[in-house]
Design a protein around this ligand. Structure first.
Ligand code: MGD
Ligand code: MGD
Ligand code: SF4
Ligand code: MO
Length: 707
């Protein structure tokens, strides 16, 4: 392709840092600084800098593989695709369409996520599709929709953070999970604002905070209620705002009043003076924000917990006003867009609901099918994986590695093995791909064009910088070829811009309206924030949309809710929530709490980053982080292998002893398979609304291991 630098974005997390890619003579690309992108202004973390190494054919897949006599052997594309189509057809004939499952990922571009949802419903006719984003931000999404009528991770751009007075970061470790974003928090503090971090561990982020609260894992709901109690008790409620812009205050207030500070201290372990100090820091400045990430969200009460934090914002008039608000820091590269365009079990493009007759009619018209032919909502991610080999006989998996990342992973691994047929599209031989009957090697970020939507709701253009190697095809080509073989010859274009044009029309008029966005605008404007409606787009006449005068072009919406919330009456809703315990509390047999999360140098299941030497050198393997007191009781020294045992299984990893963690809690990162797999232990107790599993709290016991 070109020899000059191509401006594009990182393949990994939701920050979607801008970078320039220049092809190098012996293949691959070199990453150079792209200073014009406002989110990272050229800065990158080690994962982004080293991402080109995963393009190398030394570590990636470049030929389809088909299982033959138990072994995966190279095959032609036609052989592999014919096999998949044949198995899906057979499953459907023998067991009905819902016996075919589809599992997607929040790393997929908008175009791929949209096409995958359409493929499931139109080609397979199955309701059984969901994706790994269910494990990621579904509780924040559910909480946001209940309160504000709309779910967009951040309702404001990151650049607003330095302009507020106080940020409470709840269960979020951006110093490791989105390093370049720390600039915004540093600027906040330079401007005289304060940062409060709530995390059971003294993380790199917590080290930079003005105040660090260390609650027991799984108690954020009580913590938020205790803060709201103090807000009321200290007369800090913004009565005029509550009257004018909210509904449901009396009930929420009554629930908070039942959560006395001393009672909350007993549940959370956070001393009352720290609760008071937090309220003071949050309420004194003119503006303030609460940002949550996976800590409070990956709980069996994640939705209610998010609701309680939103209550705190609403009672103090800190939502839908400049430089104030509640936001969720999403996770995957397209964590936001991936949840808007139809790979979620209950959803149609544009963040429409699958059970809404008007939404079905609109999307069916764009797709050229009968609305009645669209299946209804299906199972959530964990429930779908748990049904493999039982109700779901064949699975098409694209962009996830559940053998490492799903809760109760040993059980899920068994369920995957019990399938009649598994097809995986991936760029590398992940632990889940190793179990497949057919593996299709696909193109990656630098080799293809597509859009993602970052944590701010900013739609971005990732551009192709190099030609993919021989032997790989794009996910869009895979779906087109399979649709052809399954008798649907039209409606599955392989040109990403053509898919985006259809997505524009499908999303037009929906909550996540992309219809005013074009590839040309994205190229010129460094991204456009949704909603971005356009009247013409719904007629599908692209040229008309592009020649409209500048003044008629919708500018996009960087800041939401300033005039009204997205509820029918424009008012935000308080959540009437009360504390409840984690699904599994410590007892005599399992006396310690386990929580899980990330380290800076590895990404997710590690499928990609474990293939980069520099990252492995920085983070070579799993570990169990524990307090010296717990280590002493156990008789474990630094580096000793420690067995962590839960009701789901047993994992072994070296001890990492630190005073930076609560003495009643251990922490394991989840990036590795095998003996040290954290998800062997985790509890798949699901949030009743979001169906999020409880990755962040389960009961374990520790044992020493002979080394
Ligand atoms: N390096 C790296 N960066 C990533 C990723 C990665 O895998 N690696 N993944 C990306 C994705 S998909 C996501 S979702 C984001 C996640 O980003 P984060 O949410 O920042 O990451 P986590 O480490 O899962 O959790 C954050 C913190 O929650 C704390 N925590 C644990 N239990 C609790 C609790 O009960 N309450 C509270 N308040 N805190 C708790 C943990 O100690 C941890 O420090 O990161 C993105 N960025
Ligand atoms: N214990 C514990 N478990 C967790 C979490 C936790 O905090 N604790 N966090 C959860 C969260 S927030 C998340 S997001 C999940 C993520 O966990 P996974 O869903 O396993 O995510 P990845 O490891 O990113 O897997 C993505 C796979 O898709 C491949 N891939 C990348 N790009 C593409 C593409 O364009 N097309 C195709 N076909 N494949 C591609 C990659 O090579 C990789 O194999 O883990 C969850 N699991
Ligand atoms: S912070 Fe996220 S987007 Fe930025 S370089 Fe690192 S992994 Fe990539
Ligand atoms: Mo995530």
């Amino acid at each position: 392709m070109q020899n000059s630098a191509t401006p594009t974005h990182c393949p990994y997390c939701a920050l979607q840092c801008g970078m320039n890619l220049t092809p190098v003579p012996d293949g691959g690309v070199e990453v150079t600084e792209r200073a014009d992108f406002p989110v990272n202004r050229g800065a990158l973390c080690g994962k982004g800098r080293t991402a080109p190494q995963v393009l190398s054919s030394r570590v990636r897949l470049t030929s389809p593989l088909v299982r033959s006599e138990g072994k995966l052997v190279p095959a032609t594309w036609d052989e592999a695709l014919d096999r998949i189509a044949g198995e899906l057809r057979r499953t459907r004939a023998e067991h009905g369409p819902d016996a075919c499952g589809v599992f997607g990922g929040g790393g997929l571009t908008n175009e791929k996520a949209y096409t995958l949802g359409k493929f499931a419903r139109v080609v397979l006719g199955t309701s059984q599709i969901d994706y790994n984003g269910r494990f990621c931000m579904s509780s924040a999404a559910a909480g946001g929709i209940k309160a504000f009528g709309l779910d967009r991770g951040l309702p404001f751009p990151l650049e607003d953070i330095p302009k507020t007075g106080c940020v409470i970061l709840v269960g979020s470790n951006p110093a490791e999970t989105m390093p370049p974003s720390m600039r915004f928090f540093n600027e906040l503090r330079e401007n005289g604002g304060t940062l409060v971090v709530i995390d059971p561990r003294r993380t790199r982020t917590a080290e930079q905070a003005d105040l660090h609260l260390m609650p027991r894992p799984g108690t954020d709901l009580a913590l938020a209620l205790g803060l709201l109690h103090l807000v009321v008790a200290e007369g800090r409620v913004d009565e005029a705002y509550v009257e004018e812009r909210t509904a449901g205050w009396e009930e929420a207030r009554a629930a908070a009043m039942a959560h006395w500070p001393e009672y909350v201290e007993r549940i959370t372990g956070v001393p009352v003076p720290q609760l008071r100090e937090t309220v003071r820091m949050f309420c004194e400045p003119e503006a303030a924000m609460v940002l949550t990430a996976r800590g409070p969200e990956q709980q069996s009460k994640g939705t209610d917990t998010v609701g309680a934090w939103i209550n705190l914002c609403l009672a103090t008039g800190r939502a839908g006003r400049p430089f104030s608000g509640y936001g969720c820091l999403t996770g995957q590269g397209n964590g936001q867009g991936g949840r808007e365009h139809g790979q979620k079990a209950d959803q149609l493009p544009g963040y429409r609901k699958l059970d809404d007759p008007a939404a079905r009619r609109h999307v069916a018209e764009v797709w050229g099918v009968d609305p009645d032919s669209l299946p209804g909502p299906g199972r959530s991610a964990y429930e779908l994986l748990d049904a493999l080999g039982v109700d779901i006989r064949s699975l098409l998996l694209m962009a996830s590695n559940p053998v490492v990342s799903a809760p109760r992973a040993a059980h899920i691994e068994e369920r995957i093995k019990s399938l009649d047929f598994l097809a995986v599209c991936d760029v590398v031989l992940s632990e889940t791909a190793e179990l497949a009957d057919v593996i299709l090697p696909v193109t990656q970020w630098a080799e293809e064009t597509g859009t993602t939507t970052n944590l701010e709701g900013r739609v971005l253009l990732r551009r192709q910088a190099i030609t993919p190697p021989e032997g790989v095809r794009s996910d869009l080509e895979v779906m087109r070829e399979l649709a052809d073989r399954l008798g649907v010859e039209k409606g599955f274009p392989t040109d990403p811009e053509e898919v985006f044009e259809e997505l524009r029309r499908a999303s037009a008029g929906g909550p996540a309206d992309y219809s005013g966005i074009t590839y040309r605008r994205l190229a010129e404007e460094n991204g456009v924030f949704w909603p971005c409606p356009t009247p013409e787009a719904s007629s599908g006449e692209r040229q008309e949309a592009e020649v409209r005068p500048e003044a008629e072009v919708h500018p996009g919406t960087p800041r939401l809710f300033l005039d009204r919330f997205a509820t029918p009456d424009g008012r935000a809703r308080f959540a009437p929530v009360s504390h409840r315990a984690a699904a599994e509390e410590p007892d005599d047999e399992y006396p310690v709490l386990l929580t899980t999360g990330r380290v800076v140098a590895q990404y997710q299941s590690g499928a990609q980053t474990r293939r980069v030497d520099e990252l492995n050198a920085a983070a070579p393997g799993p570990f169990v982080e524990l307090h010296p007191r717990l280590a002493a009781r156990l008789g474990a020294a630094e580096g000793d292998p420690v067995a962590v045992v839960s009701r789901r299984g047993r994992a072994v990893a070296p001890a990492r002893i630190t005073t930076g963690i609560r003495p009643d809690t251990v922490f394991m990162p989840f990036h590795w398979p095998g003996e040290g797999r954290a998800n062997t232990l985790t509890n798949p107790a699901l949030d009743p609304t979001s169906r999020m599993p409880e990755f962040k709290a389960c009961a374990v016991r520790l044992e020493t291991v002979e080394s």
